[in-house]
Design a protein around this ligand. Sequence first.
Ligand SMILES: Nc1nc2c(c(=O)[nH]1)N[C@@H](CN(C=O)c1ccc(C(=O)N[C@@H](CCC(=O)O)C(=O)O)cc1)CN2
Length: 280
Amino acid sequence: MILDGKQTSEKRLALLREKIEESGLYPRLATVLVGEDPASQLYVKMKHRACERVGIGSIAVDLPGTATTQEVLDTVHRLNEDPMIDGILVQLPLPPQVDTHSIIEAVSPEKDVDGFHPTNLGRLFSGSPVFSPCTPLGVMTLLAEYGINPAGRRAVVIGRSIDVGRPMAALLLNADATVTICHSKTQDLAAVTSGAEILVSAIGKARFVTPEMVGDGAIVIDIGTNYDENGKLCGDVDFDKVEWKTAGISPVPGGVGPMTIATLMENTFASARLRSCGPL
Ligand SMILES: Nc1nc2c(c(=O)[nH]1)N[C@@H](CN(C=O)c1ccc(C(=O)N[C@@H](CCC(=O)O)C(=O)O)cc1)CN2
């Protein structure tokens, strides 16, 4: 079974549009893009397009690639203070001269629709999330939409990044999975990953996950966005060789990526509701 993130995200966006209409709210998202990285420009454009589709207002702040940490901080502070803005998204990665941690910490936790602020990560890790990072939360939604309940299942996450691997593990844990995180120092990786009933790869290496790393009948979720030696977009999983072993697998493109965008829209609406009338 293909876990189709494109189709699922379309369905979620259509539903969200209705919910926003019914709410009478007009949520607003501000994006901050520093520099001219083509991939980042594309993702920000996709976010603005999604906003338009669901009835979220969007404001783009584009800063030059030479911007300093202070200049980005000034922008974030201004957006924090702007009562018309419900969600702030600073597109990552930032150029090397900008201190990413300071920027993430500067975003008001109440407007942190990316869920990267330490307060929101702390809430997630304590088991009562408000905003969770969009990619891992999108994975949870994708699983739920296909009726896959992680409770009691052995879940293995490959990758321990603060924005994807760790929150992914926390969300699976909050959903009562038995979770293992693997990383560059993990010994005999295939022995660990092949025992997974749900295997999530967020390592960022093209076609890294091969058939011997996957157990029969596993659910495989591919969070990778990589380009192979021919410049072709591909995931962390060697899809063509692995698919036959799985009970469900998300492709790249058309899997987790579109779910990331749909989740950002859902988080922005959640923020607008929280800011307008208290608890969801
Ligand atoms: N502030 C953030 N920065 C980044 C995030 C994030 O969640 N917040 N995630 C990634 C990039 N990303 C969103 O920003 C993202 C990546 C990929 C896709 C997507 O839909 N990809 C398509 C393929 C698109 C293509 O043709 O290249 C797919 O997989 O089908 C959406 C969002 C890093 N930065």
